[in-house]
Structure formats: C-alpha cells, structure tokens
Ligand binder design. Structure first.
Ligand code: AFP
Length: 317
C-alpha cells in the first residue's frame, strides 16, 4: 500500500489511495472526476433552490430543481472525463452516450441526489454511483468494477470500493477528501434495523422478520435516506436495512441499477450481504433502467434470517 514519506496513512488523499489499488489509470481518473463533481453538488445542496423543477422522472416522481441540477453536474463531468462510454441516471429517461469508442472506457449508472425530498428538512442525503467496464450497463451487479457513494451529512464523506475492500474518505477544511477509514468490515449480525416502506403493507414473512429483530433487541434506526441509512449500517458494522416487497408493490421501491447494485457491491466487499429475499442482489439480471427489487442488506446473518422468513412464509402464511 502506498505511503508518502512523512505522511501518516490517514492524510492520504483519494487519488493516491486509488493509485495504490492496482487499477487502470482511467478508472482512477473517473472516480476522481466524480469526487470533484460532488463538490459542486454540495454547493448546490447548501445554497440551491429547494423548489420543484416542474418535470418528473421515469418513475413519475416530481423532480426537484436540485435533482435536475445534480444530474447535470455529474453528467457534464462524466462526459468531459474522456473515459466514459454510456451514462444512466435515475433522473434521465434513457441512456446517454458520452462516447462510443476508445480504449479502457467505462459506463456509469448513478442516482445524483438520493433522498432529495429530505433536503428541505435538512436531513442527510447522498449521491450513489455504479461503474462497469465497457459500454454495457445491463450487466449483473457482480460485474461492477467500482461502486461509491458520497454522503452529504454533518460531514461530507466518500466511500468507495474497486473490489479490494471498502474505504472511507472525509472532506477536510480545504475541500479535499482524505482517508478516514480503511478496509471497513461488518460483524456477522447486528443490533439496529432500518425498515423502509409502510408497515401495514408488509408481507407476513417481513412482518415475522421484524418481530424476530425486535425480540432479539435490535433498535429501529431509519432516516428515510438510503445513503445515510446504509452508511450507518456499514460504518457501525452491525445492522440491516430493508425495503421489502409490499402488498401491491411486489418489487418494492428501490432501483437496481442506481441504488441497489452499488450498495450491494460495497456491503459485500465489507463482508456483509444483500438479497432480494431470494437471491443475492448482485446476481439479479437487470431487465430495464427502471428495474426495481426488494432489498435486505447488511450483516450477513441478519440478511440470511430475512431470506429464511421469506422462504418459510412463501408456503405457510
Ligand atoms: P427520494 O429520493 O424521493 O427522497 O426517496 C428516497 C428513497 O429513494 C431512498 O433514499 C429511501 O430509502 C426511500 O426512498 C424511502 O422511501 P419511503 O419514504 O417510502 O420510506
């Protein structure tokens, strides 16, 4: 691992850390470009218009001005990076081709500002990014070469993996990301749970899983923001987030390409697990840009328990 003479490990900046990961220079450049774009997103969140954009996205969800602005910031940066083939954004209706050929190109799927409806009440939100080699974005999540998120909270943190562990960087007073945690790992089981969706729409299997968690003393910790809720489970290393299948919504709410695959990649890299209640999220074949899946993600034993309750209640209740 790279260590600059006279500098402690934890003053390492993002580019140096990426260069120590033995990955292609174009991927180093791409992740650094995304980190740079996040600084403009942060500025927009802190000072921008909290109103609606007057448009809606692929899911019919009303877009906020910040959703559209954040998407534009990221797409422009990726397009000018010179290393991106195709781009898919939760805020765009179709894939955007940045360039069609060239050596060592990557494709990127992102949610530019997940949880944007929480900005007006000053809760934490984030950007989620999934990266594949080449031009095909409809690959199983297990084929990702990198995944990262940026969490805009009391501190701004960037968490990434290129398949060699999970590493957290925190923005300092000079607007630089410096290493704050390296090789983040999760315990086998946890004591917090973040339950998404309406409880009265839970299926019996999910209902029994929640009862199991409460009986073992797990505490409810849910903010309504996927990025902070996942970050809490990951950084405390002991918990589970789920947004399950609901009565009337068998695929739940969260999107496979932009939200579930990148987070599942990170959590598995930290020794956790992510399932749709039947198979690992990373093994689900994406069928469309708006592909949704139920998700149970966090400590491996907690996720396995959730899968067992789904399997048991599929037949009996
Ligand atoms: P917004 O991006 O519309 O705020 O939705 C946030 C989100 O996609 C994800 O961040 C949360 O985990 C989930 O929705 C919360 O959904 P519920 O409000 O249905 O619990």
């Amino acid at each position: 691992m790279y260590r600059e003479p006279g500098k402690s490990r934890f003053q390492l900046d993002l580019r140096r850390h990426l260069r120590s990961q033995n990955i292609c220079n174009n991927l180093v450049h791409l992740i650094c470009e995304i980190a740079e774009a996040s600084k403009y997103v942060i500025h927009a969140v802190r000072t921008g218009d909290l109103g609606v954009a007057g448009t809606s996205n692929l899911y019919g969800e009303e877009q906020l001005a910040l959703d559209v602005l954040s998407d534009r910031i990221l797409r422009k940066r990726l397009t000018h990076s010179g290393v991106v083939c195709n781009i898919a954004s939760e805020e765009m209706d179709e894939i955007y081709q940045a360039q069609s050929d060239g050596p060592d190109l990557y494709s990127v799927a992102y949610d530019p500002l997940d949880g944007s409806s929480l900005v007006d009440v000053n809760l934490s939100i984030g950007t989620i990014v999934s990266i594949y080699k080449g031009c095909n974005l409809f690959q199983e999540g297990r084929n990702q070469v990198a995944a990262l998120y940026i969490l805009y909270g009391p501190r701004v943190s960037l968490v990434y993996s290129v398949g060699n562990g999970v590493h957290e960087f925190t923005m300092n007073s000079l607007n630089e990301y410096t290493l704050s945690r390296e090789n983040v790992t999760m315990a086998p089981c946890g004591d917090i749970y973040a339950p998404g969706g309406l409880r009265n729409k839970y299926t019996p299997g999910t209902e029994k899983f929640v009862t199991y968690l409460e009986e073992k003393g797990s505490k409810l910790r849910y903010s309504g923001g996927f990025v902070p809720d996942i970050n809490q489970v990951l950084m405390k290393g002991k918990g589970i987030f789920f947004y399950p299948a609901l009565k009337g919504s068998p695929k739940g709410k969260l999107r496979l390409l932009y939200e579930l695959n990148p987070m599942a990649f990170l959590i598995e890299q930290a020794g956790g697990a992510a399932s749709n209640g039947t198979i690992p999220i990373l093994d689900v074949k994406p069928e469309s840009l708006d592909h949704r899946e139920p998700i149970y993600i966090g400590c491996a034993e907690d996720v396995q328990k959730a899968v067992e309750f789904q399997a048991a209640c599929g037949q009996e209740c």
